[in-house]
Write a protein that binds this ligand. Structure first.
Ligand code: BGC
Length: 854
């Protein structure tokens, strides 16, 4: 293996010359962030700062105030569930437009880590448990954005597949597994999408050659990524992940984010002066930075001034009508019909339902997601949507003439909702709207006293000598009944309501903890407060909170103020929903997770639906068999009532157009043609990798290449729904399979027939099994067949499916050491429903088998 870095591009010489013109100080300044989201500019050479922003659910922009809104996409797993590269390219175009709209040069997305365990907190941010599907989707997305001059920073390199203790654990993975599963999408992105940037992970890797932080992993980053694959872009650190100067320099890190302080900000200059880091090592990083700047338009090699990131053709707009329509179509198409035994879908086509055009059918729309769809997971991918579509309103429009009632029915959240600070809180001293914030020094001296502040759970940029943030507010409780009020926080704290202690903590937390457990939705401690009829109360809320000092973020503290209004008991709420279901012609139940459950920062302790939602579904199914269940979740959850439900649709974390998309699916204007990009377990006990809890700091990938469905196939276990499953709303027969091998590729042609009554899309899936190793089945490729015209029930034959492109057949990720031989090619509707077979002779070691996309 070579440890050489990239060969210069055709612009290499010019870039090299520019690097030569920079001073050491300028060079050090360039490889350390200028703040949270920007790099430094060097006006002298015409270089402006480059601006970055999080994805992958949208482009949030660089303001945390929540004032700037963004187009909110469905979760990345939903995009992958379309298996549709055209839709994906359009997503890439919209990412580029959103980036420019927000003045952003590079989006910190996509996340191409593998869904190794269904409990992974960031599962929803990833595409798939399969590296081939992950790679194909990512390549299409990144290409489309980069073609428009916007960089995508592909993350997190590598084997950063779970969140428990995420800033510290080391993933122990053998080289074959790394290459075949976890590195594979990155390799495709470098080779086929010419990715401009890669983000190095918080966690570490032990691949047998080196065990330590990913950012210091010289064999994998300098060696494989830059040397072997020829990556000529920038390796960016995950935020605050840099732990060393020399180790990370040698490892292959090019840009420490954020800055300007931190390990490199404080130590890199001195390390060069001391000779611990050679200047040419720095030069290589600077050259990469400049290359990125040229690519995104922050530097022009002809000497002219660069434009701003918002330059040119991208106006300042909200989601345009076209973008909203695209997102709605994408979201509806991504939805997966898990089952529809009674043929309820779409509701408008279902004469037995009594709903639809001109009818007066009664529809009971039930569930926490029915009232308030869970649109996105928690963590850094969060965006404030441009707008949201309301499910009840959209469903009423989709089912004209129906009579629709709405019922929450269940409670999925542990924490009460966020307190409406602007409406309910006043500063106890000034009386202004908001909370009072005092910043205290170690000895209790008040350093700052800030009147009438907003509070959204975070406070950044706290002065560096502050040790405690004291928050106080008078909270108005008007409605009669029992209120619940409290605070969720981590670290040293002391929370009081009317002088009575609600919660204390004496564990000093560091940035690692805050970026993990404390980052999102700490469990709140609450008190109950009774308010009598006609006698509103004002209570004093006071909280002393530990301030955490971190690089780039300045210093901050985290505390969610929560408040539940008086209301019916959980049992009354459930009973009301069940009664409505019983009285309706059809019930639609929307159940799912919440951002407390699916979030960056922690993994899930259980795959169960949170709260009493399973009970709700069971009771609704008992009350009305004509029930459609919509699962509003990004990652797998157990559906213990699945056998008893007639119709179940996976509705994802659907983003801003989710309400409209669910209505389109139920109302019949868009086929839910998604196919699962992961395996849905039936029982927790069957899950091949049930958790990722580090043992003595190690997460051991003992399953090797048997990730996701490969493990299910190996173990012969039946999941609730296999990888690739999705029924759509028509049926298909698989008629014939032919293969043709030439020196570049194996082309697979499959003839399928739409044997149902409606037009539809079919994802024809091809899986390869290595000779003598049937359990290594892996997705080899797929093609999408779409008939627009409605087919008659009498078996109108759809046109033969065009050749399904097989992008990875006998590919370079083939298991190291595998002998050439006859591979079994199996084609069908999912890995659990394979209908046609062929044998293809392949030599995985030979480049001649490397397919070229056609
Ligand atoms: C996440 C990254 C993200 C970064 C910046 C980190 O905590 O792991 O995915 O891009 O924060 O928000």
């Amino acid at each position: 293996m070579s440890l050489e870095t990239t060969a210069p591009t055709d612009r290499g010489l010019e870039l090299e010359t520019l690097v030569g013109e920079l001073t050491l100080e300028e060079k050090v300044g360039l490889v350390v962030g200028a703040g949270m989201w920007a790099t430094r500019g060097v006006p002298r050479i015409g270089l402006r700062p480059m601006i970055m922003s999080d994805g992958p659910v949208g482009v949030r922009g660089t303001e945390d105030s929540g004032v700037k809104t963004s187009a909110m996409f469905p979760a990345p797993s939903a995009l992958a569930a379309t298996w549709d590269l055209d839709l994906t390219r359009r997503a890439g175009e919209l990412f580029a437009a959103e980036a420019r709209r927000h003045g952003v040069d590079m989006v910190l997305a996509p996340q191409v880590n593998i869904q190794r365990t269904p409990v992974g907190g960031r599962h929803f941010e990833c595409f798939s448990e399969d590296p081939v599907l992950t790679a194909e989707i990512a390549v299409a997305l990144v290409r489309a954005a980069q073609e428009r001059g916007v960089g995508m920073c592909v993350k997190h390199y590598v084997a950063n597949d779970s969140e428990t203790d995420r800033t510290r654990y080391v993933a122990r993975v053998d080289e074959r597994t790394l290459r075949e599963v976890y590195l594979a999408p990155f390799e495709r992105l470098v080779k086929d999408a010419d990715a401009w940037s890669v983000m190095g992970a918080y966690s570490g890797v032990d691949d047998g050659r080196f065990a330590g932080p990913a950012l210091e992993h010289r064999p994998l980053t300098t060696g494989v990524l830059k040397g072997e694959w020829g990556f000529d872009g920038v390796v960016v650190s995950d935020w605050v992940a840099t732990k060393s100067v020399v180790g990370a320099v040698r490892g292959g890190l090019d840009l420490q984010m954020p800055g300007p302080d931190g390990v490199w900000g404080e130590g890199l200059h001195a390390a060069v002066l001391a000779g611990d880091v050679a200047e040419h090592e720095l030069d290589d990083k600077v050259e990469r930075l400049l290359r990125l700047a040229v690519r995104v338009g922050a530097l022009r090699l002809d000497g002219s001034a660069p434009g701003e990131p918002t330059d040119g053709e991208f106006p300042e707009f909200g989601t345009t009508r076209a973008s909203a329509a695209y997102l709605r179509e994408l979201t509806a198409r991504s939805m997966v019909v898990l089952k529809d035994d009674a043929g309820l879908l779409p509701l408008t086509d279902s004469p037995t339902q009594g709903v639809g055009e001109g009818s007066t059918g009664r529809v009971a729309l039930i569930g926490p997601g029915a009232v308030d769809l869970f649109l996105q997971g928690g963590g850094s991918s969060f965006v404030v949507p441009d707008h949201v579509t309301d499910l009840a309103q959209e469903l009423r429009a989709a089912l004209p003439g129906s009579e629709l009632t709405l019922h929450a029915g269940a409670r999925p959240r542990k924490n009460p909702p966020l307190l409406d600070v602007a409406a309910a809180c006043t500063d106890p001293v000034s009386g202004g709207s908001g909370v009072r914030i005092e910043l205290l020094a170690e000895d209790g001296t008040v350093l700052d006293d800030l009147a009438a502040q907003p509070w959204d759970g975070w406070r950044h940029e706290i002065r560096t000598d502050a040790v405690v943030l004291r928050l106080s507010a008078d909270v108005l409780l008007s409605e009669p009944g029992v209120h619940s009020l409290g605070v969720g926080t981590v670290g040293v704290h002391d929370v009081r309501v009317d002088g009575v202690r609600v919660s204390t903590g004496d564990t000093v937390v560091d940035v690692g903890i805050v970026l993990s457990s404390g980052h999102n939705h700490p469990l709140a401690s609450t008190v109950e407060i009774e308010v009598a009829e006609g006698a509103p109360r004002v209570v004093r809320l006071e909280a002393d909170l530990q301030v955490v000092h971190t690089v780039g973020y300045g210093v901050f503290t985290r505390a969610e103020l929560v408040h539940a209004l008086p209301g019916p008991s959980a049992e009354d709420e459930l009973a009301e929903a069940v009664a409505a279901a019983a009285a309706a012609d059809v019930a639609v139940v929307v159940v799912g997770t919440t951002e407390e459950v699916e979030s960056e920062g922690y993994d899930r302790p259980s795959l169960a639906l949170p709260g009493n939602q399973d009970e709700l579904v069971r009771r609704v199914l008992d009350a009305n068999p004509r029930t459609v269940v919509v699962v509003n979740a990004g990652a797998p959850v157990l559906l213990p009532w699945l056998d008893d439900a007639a119709t179940v649709v996976w509705g994802w974390l659907p983003g801003q157009e989710g309400g409209g998309a669910v209505a389109d699916v139920l109302g019949g204007s868009t086929e839910p043609s998604g196919r699962l990009p992961w395996t849905l377990p039936a029982r927790a006990a069957d899950v091949p990798v049930p958790d990722a809890i580090p043992v003595k700091g190690i997460v051991d990938y003992t399953e090797g290449v048997h990730v996701g469905y490969r493990a299910w196939v190996r173990d012969g276990l039946d999941p609730a729904a296999p990888f690739g499953h999705g029924l759509g709303w028509t049926t298909w027969s698989y008629d014939s399979l032919t293969t043709a091998t030439d020196e570049d590729a194996v082309t697979v042609s499959v003839t399928v027939t739409n044997s149902g009554a409606r037009s539809g899309r079919e994802v024809v899936q091809a899986y390869l099994e290595a000779p003598g190793a049937p359990t290594t089945a892996r997705a080899a490729g797929w093609g999408i067949h779409h008939r627009r015209r409605r087919c008659r029930r009498d078996g109108h034959r759809a046109r033969p499916h065009p050749a399904a492109r097989v992008p990875d057949l006998g590919h370079r990720y083939a298991p190291v050491g595998h002998t050439p031989g006859d591979y079994a090619l199996r084609v069908g509707r999912s890995v659990g429903d394979l209908r046609l077979d062929a044998v293809v002779p392949l030599d995985p070691q030979e480049d001649s088998n490397t397919p070229t996309p056609k």
